[in-house]
Ligand binder design. Sequence first.
Ligand code: SF4
Length: 390
Amino acid sequence: MTEQHKPVAVALLSGGLDSTLAAKVILEQGITVIGINFAGAYCPRPLAGKSRAEKAAEKLGIELVTLPIDAEFIAMVKNPRHGRGRNMNPCIDCHTLMIRKAWAWGQTEPESKTQNPKPKSQRDEPPMHCRTGASAANTDNRADVSEKTICVHQCPSVVSWYDRADFVITGEVLGQRPMSQNRNALNTVASWSGVGERLLRPMSAKLLNPTAPEQEGLVDRERLLNIEGRQRNRQMALAEKYGIKDYPSPAGGCLLTEKVYSKRLAEAFDHGEDSLEIVELLSLGRHFRLPSGARLVVGRDERENDELLRRKPAGAVVIDAGDLPGPVGILAKGSRDQGIEGSSDEALAARICARFSDKRKEKLARVVIAGEAVDVEPASEEESARLLIA
Ligand code: SF4
């Protein structure tokens, strides 16, 4: 390590206890840690409030970068090389891709890391204390400030000043998940991601071969951990030690591990629907497959209604209750169809929407299809149940 360079790690940060502790263990060695989180599609942000990763980054006092779950992720989920877990979750391939993308982000030029990079001449200077090797008591030597300067205080405002990353860390624990975190799987992820020896798993590092940052002296192997297996006692003791409270349960966050979402996604793939805009709809509302192959999504509450309108795919028809309270329906064509079958699809979709409104018991209910009000007979329970995907 040169005087000019403080090591930088990019950390996959889901916000769960393992990834939070892994980041903490590395931070404790005085290494700059930048959290990387993936959001979108099957890892949606909460409709309100902060995400698990945002809360964890706040607790750790580190920068968090959110990268999108993009079309490459969807293609990977559709055709994983290394199989799936209990549901649609292809954890080995997914870890591989996340680690590859986190490393790629870490290798971009420092000034490209901000969302709105400014030319160097127009950038704000980093805060006074943000300089290599500076300490809180030594903050007046401005000559040290340079392009490669890193904030020793982890200033959240200076991500563009971080150096390139030296290595990636994850919260993986050897043997915690029989399929995706056994020794072979960990090796597969390291090699398929292309990160190889630059991938460090602080939670189990002492049980694994030394990685490049350990061999180069950037990380003290002795201060890493040797946790193995499914028991979480040691993690809980560490959380206590570090004052990490209110951490989420190990499950959660990823919809691919959920039965209902997985059923919807598998059904969508079976119907040739694999676009990001359709996959992003699957976490919302009730989903119906109409006889023509078209998809109808019906919101279950006001928040979902708003979100459905925001995520409406191009060309989809909106059905709602006009000025009255009621569900929003999004009628989207299925990939294998010629399109929405005009009035017959719209009429059926309107009847299903009416079934989930306050007027479900009335003979006729008023709904608005693409801005035009019509009176329809609400669908029966049997009829809507027959078309329900999940
Ligand atoms: S649980 Fe979900 S997000 Fe996590 S590795 Fe598995 S598939 Fe990816």
